[in-house]
Design a protein around this ligand. Structure first.
Ligand code: GDP
Ligand code: MN
Length: 443
């Protein structure tokens, strides 16, 4: 099972265009692999939240953050700016688009305003815009809110510097780790590709938690001394407490800023909360913003299907996550790309199969559907009947070829049932057969 997981993940990594461009060394592959694993492995059930919400969580644990107030329109933005000036004395502001994607600065979603008129002007520009960044879908994401933040890059006794700090779970060792770098404010993928030696990691022993010497080592490796060193130690300590306390699966603070008066604070905050902990984190559950999520995935979640949208053309309907990943391998092996990951779970009855068909067909890229079900507890003939019934019920809604592979209890009876159904459904018993049929159907 693990083999398949790794294969699929590596597949996902390699298909990523960032990596496609260049040949990369094994160390870089490892770093990139780790990175993409955490950033793009959608199977880990995570809830993504906005920067302003992430900063609220951090601040509640005593992590120093760039202060800001969220605004839904330019009028609120100006009120927010005035309030910030009262509270912090700032005279410049940063207007930051709130979407669930990074790289906003590059896409024109983070802008400096030097007076209230500019706050109005920039908010008018950003709210409602379709923001395209390297991390959004090609059509971008609609901005509904902006964060009006104090300017923290003010001049002073020393130079400002930007760092990168993230906290995440290293599944290979089963430990949380802090990943950090002197190269803050840049794409960490770029840093991993060109200067991997500038990325450090610190693993935390779960039985004793983050130790003082570890926080000091991080501050030291980041080249800090004096007041800034002490501030960084406090920052790391509070950050780790926030990560544990909020049941997060990833924190990425890029950049962490050393201000010109030697304060250390979070300028950005990407926070992923573990879905499985939301039952005991009710206040974080409320932070969910469905507008930011893939609509098909949202709908699938509502009907209890484990569905992840992907870029390919072959829709998959499978029971069990391991088999789903093996099926995706199979599709790639046949020379195609999966359109989705879909685990229908244990009960593959007609109603569920029909729901799954409807969800898969919402994706206009789907050119064929491969159903790969292992009949263990649920008998294959039952599933086959479900597929046939669902197909009948759906009338002409299904315009793409369907390939069904059923294996396990009563597989042969199931195949007969499908072959004799009079429906244009192709059946297969062996993996290879199914792959060949996908190929034939799409060529
Ligand atoms: P991202 O582009 O989505 O990662 O958004 P960030 O929150 O990281 O902001 C992008 C960039 O905006 C940062 O790397 C900073 O260079 C810049 N920025 C953020 N806050 C301020 C600020 O208070 N003053 C100035 N001058 N620049 C800022
Ligand atoms: Mn950032």
């Amino acid at each position: 099972m693990y083999f398949f997981e790794v294969t699929v993940l590596i597949g996902l990594c390699i298909s990523n265009s960032q990596i496609k461009r260049k040949k990369v060394s094994p160390l870089k592959i490892t770093l990139l692999f780790l990175w993409h694993f955490f950033k793009q492995d959608k199977r880990i059930t995570i809830m993504n939240i906005h920067e302003y919400q992430g900063k609220e969580i951090l601040a509640s644990y005593g992590v120093r953050v760039q202060r800001g107030i969220v605004a839904n329109n330019p009028v609120e933005a100006v009120a927010a700016a005035k309030q910030l000036t009262t509270e912090t004395g700032t005279s410049w502001y940063v207007v930051k688009a709130q979407i669930h994607a990074g790289g906003r600065g590059k896409g024109g979603g983070v802008k400096l305003a030097k007076n209230l008129d500019q706050v109005t002007e920039i908010s008018e520009q950003i709210i409602g815009m379709q923001l395209i960044t390297p991390q959004t879908p090609p059509e971008g994401k609609t901005v509904h809110k902006v964060l009006i933040a104090e300017d923290v890059y003010y001049p002073g006794e020393s130079e400002t510097s930007e760092f990168y700090v993230s906290v995440l779970l290293n599944r290979a060792t089963g430990r949380n780790m802090i990943m950090y770098s002197t190269e803050g404010g840049m794409d960490i993928e770029e840093v991993a590709e060109h200067t991997p030696h500038l990325i450090f990691t610190e693993e935390i022993d779960p039985s004793v938690g983050l130790q003082g010497f570890q926080a000091r080592k991080i501050a030291f490796n980041l080249g800090l001394s004096g007041e800034a060193f002490k501030e960084m130690v406090k920052f790391i300590d509070a950050l780790y407490k926030a990560y544990i306390g909020s049941d997060s699966s990833m924190f990425e603070i890029n950049p962490v800023l050393k201000t010109s008066d030697n304060k250390i604070l979070a300028v950005d905050a990407k926070v992923n909360i573990d879905d499985n902990a939301l039952f005991r984190q009710a206040k974080y559950a409320e932070m969910r913003d469905v507008r930011e999520e893939n609509p098909i995935e949202v709908e699938a979640k509502e009907v209890g299907l484990n569905y992840v949208d992907l870029d390919g053309t072959v829709g998959c309907m499978v029971n069990g996550a391991g088999l789903a990943m093996a099926t995706m391998d199979l599709i790639k092996y046949a020379g195609f790309e999966p359109a989705n990951f879909l685990d229908v779970g244990g009960t593959a009855d007609a109603k569920r199969v029909e729901t799954a068909f409807r969800i898969i067909l919402k994706d206009p890229n789907v050119k064929a559907i491969l159903i790969n079900i292992f009949g263990g507890i649920v008998r294959c003939d039952r599933v086959a009947q479900g597929v046939v019934d669902a197909y009948k019920n759906m009338g002409d809604a299904i315009k793409v070829p369907i390939i069904v592979r059923l294996q396990g209890t009563n597989a042969e009876i199931a195949k007969e049932l499908i072959d004799n159904s009079g429906m244009p459904i192709l059946s297969a018993v062996q993996f290879q057969e199914a792959a060949d049929q996908v190929k034939a159907a799409l060529s």
